[in-house]
Design a protein around this ligand. Structure first.
Ligand code: F6P
Length: 326
């Protein structure tokens, strides 16, 4: 096995708080092990456009606490083509880079998996997405921060909802997954939580709202995942209004604030651990894996496995939510 001398790192897909801490860890672990780190800007587009630059331990100073990604990110259409990946390979070869750390989600790992198979460049993935929807890891980098951001927002909305006796539908991110919704819903004391993983229908929600009113609740917060099967918060609000015209209903879509902000301690530590481990995996000759965390311990999961399956929502959390919201 040839000695790996130069390691590239990129961030890809939607940004998430803690990505910078992961970049920092990859760069510093590379330097620690006497290897040369390279920062690749704008995800896979940067590989194709040759935005590949040598970095050092000081290049990543003062970023551990910052949201977003200093490397910038992109969802690259060109990298989905063979020609795009060929260009990327040629640029990597010209720079002499012999290992790649890809920080991103599902789509990014699909790209890394194909790229390694086609061109033999060893790739290791680090899960970075606020959605927590990657199979093989209990947590993705950015999820904890995003949930805390949502809980802060829900707490604030609760103030005004209860002052006006209103029913609020609060839409949170999660195109295909309800992890943010269910965790923020429980922590924020939501009346109901709607997630993409199960379609309980509007009628059940109406019943639950009526029951709550009878039980003495004067205001309610309902958390809705953007990917919920009933069609999102605005549609849901309309449907409920038509059946409960006496309710004063408001909608709040939290949107991209959920992707920003300083990462929590949890995301910074997770990112640091995963970043160091990714470099150590590459140096040990392991590749085509994602670094995950299971029961507090870091694990390696084949990229092909990570991208093939979707982790289910924690059904027990949904049950807890139902019990504590009566
Ligand atoms: O990062 C994943 C995610 O947050 C999804 O929940 C959401 O649907 C999507 O990103 C939106 O991303 P963008 O606005 O960048 O397309």
């Amino acid at each position: 096995m040839a000695i790996m001398k130069k390691i590239g790192v990129l961030t890809s897909g939607g940004d998430s708080p803690g990505m910078n801490a992961a970049v920092r860890a990859v760069v510093r672990a590379s330097v620690y092990y006497d290897r040369k780190p390279y920062g690749i800007k704008e995800g896979y587009n940067g590989l194709i456009q040759n935005y590949i630059n040598p970095v050092n331990a000081r290049s990543v100073k003062n970023i551990i606490h910052r949201g977003g990604t200093v490397l910038k990110t992109a969802r690259s259409m060109e990298f989905k083509t063979k020609e795009g990946r060929q260009k990327a390979f040629e640029n990597l070869q010209a720079a002499g880079i012999d290992g790649l750390v890809v920080i991103g989600g599902d789509g990014s790992f699909t790209g890394a998996n194909i790229f390694e198979q086609e061109f033999g460049i060893p790739c290791v993935g680090i899960p970075g997405t606020i959605d927590n929807d990657i199979y093989g890891t209990d947590y993705t980098i950015g999820f904890d921060t995003a949930v805390n951001t949502v809980v802060d927002a829900v707490d604030m909305i609760r103030n005004t909802a209860s002052s006006h006796n209103r029913l609020f539908f609060i839409e949170v991110m999660g195109r295909d997954a309800g992890h943010i919704a269910v965790n923020a819903g429980i922590a924020g004391g939501a009346e109901d939580i709607l997630v993409p993983e199960q379609d309980l229908g509007v009628d059940r929600l109406i019943k639950s709202l009526k029951r709550s009113r009878k039980a003495g609740k004067t205001s309610s917060l309902v958390i809705v995942s953007e990917g919920d099967q009933t069609g999102g918060a605005y549609k849901l609000a309309e449907d409920v209004k038509s059946k409960l015209p006496e309710y004063e209903i408001k909608v709040s879509v939290l949107g991209h604030i959920q992707r920003g902000g300083n990462p929590t301690y949890f995301d910074r530590v997770l990112a640091s651990r995963m970043g160091v481990h990714a470099v150590e995996a590459l140096l040990a000759g392991t590749s085509n894996v994602m670094i995950g965390i299971k029961n507090q311990e870091l694990v390696q999961v084949g990229l092909d496995v990570a991208i093939k399956q979707n982790p289910d929502i924690n059904r027990n959390l949904l049950r807890i939510a139902e019990i504590v919201s009566i």
